[in-house]
Design a protein around this ligand. Structure first.
Ligand SMILES: Nc1ncnc2c1ncn2[C@@H]1O[C@H](COP(=O)(O)OP(=O)(O)OP(=O)(O)O)[C@@H](O)[C@H]1O
Length: 255
């Protein structure tokens, strides 16, 4: 079942296009990862999908009644604000304490309700943001570099939680990640952006291709260089992974 689709979308910031001619869709239960260099439009795409940024042209269709949970890339909370975790979960809509406690329990942070937001570790903070996004029991969970700043075990634990959430809720997950090992392990589909959709493919298929392993081993460096890449366009402003300039940018992996 299609949850959301974007057709020929162009999005401008103050008149300057950040994304042009983007086609995108996500279906129920899929995990899709967006990759691309800094400034390639990843956050712009996510924000347009949640309705926070208008399309300059193109169309966005959502399944009727679609519930989207969004975990932003950054959320600055004034450290002088006396805001507890429980009160934060009640923004903007007040929720009963029992619901807040259950939500925290669910993300592995029991008994943290009275803790000040300003005193949370990076990993705890991200989990609280996740708990908040899950309160609406989303059909689609959108994560914008949700593990930025976490160490490897913290990040791995976070993504394990995401897998569990998908299994429990049956929701689709759309995420931006620079952690290629996570992308390879966890995504059904990967989309590489660089102001437009450069390439997309199924990561497992690419990772198991002998040509890929011969060139790159099983490490993460160059992982994306072998994604199917239609070189019918030029890049004049980027040097991003998977979009250009890779040693195997013309490689087409065999299944
Ligand atoms: N509010 C804004 N006003 C003006 N320009 C913006 C705004 N937000 C983003 N941009 C520009 O749009 C382009 C895409 O930015 P975006 O944040 O979507 O990229 P990104 O791929 O998410 O980057 P990063 O990996 O650094 O988070 C960049 O050139 C950026 O400077």
């Amino acid at each position: 079942m299609r949850l959301l689709s974007l057709r020929q979308a162009t999005i401008r910031h103050s008149g300057t296009p950040a994304l042009e001619g983007v086609d995108f869709h996500i279906d129920k239960g899929e995990i899709v990862t967006i990759l691309g260099p800094n400034g390639s439009g990843k956050s712009t795409l996510l924000r347009s999908l949640i309705g926070a940024l208008p399309l300059s042209s193109g169309t966005l269709d959502r399944a009727p009644g679609l519930r989207i949970g969004y975990v932003p890339q950054k959320l600055h909370i004034d450290p002088t604000l006396p805001l507890t975790v429980r009160r934060f979960l009640s923004l903007p809509k007040r929720i009963p304490n029992a619901v807040a406690e259950a939500a925290l329990d669910d993300v592995g942070l029991p008994d943290l309700g009275d803790h000040p937001m300003a005193g949370l570790s990076g990993g705890q903070f991200q989990r609280v943001l996740l708990a908040r996004a899950l309160l609406i029991r989303p059909d689609l969970l959108i994560l914008d570099e949700a593990t930025q700043g976490l160490d490897q075990p913290g990040s791995a634990a976070f993504y394990q939680k995401i897998e569990q959430v998908r299994a429990d809720l049956g929701c689709a997950v759309l995420m931006v990640s620079h952690e290629l090992h996570v992308v390879m392990a966890a995504s059904d589909r990967v989309i590489c952006l660089n102001g437009h959709v450069c390439c997309e493919g199924a990561p497992a298929q690419v990772a198991s291709a002998p040509e890929y392993q011969a060139l790159f081993g099983t490490g993460t460096h160059g992982t994306l260089a072998l994604y199917r890449h239609e070189h019918d366009h030029s890049h004049d402003h980027d040097h991003g992974p998977g979009c250009d300039h890779g040693p195997a940018e013309h490689g087409h992996p065999q299944p």
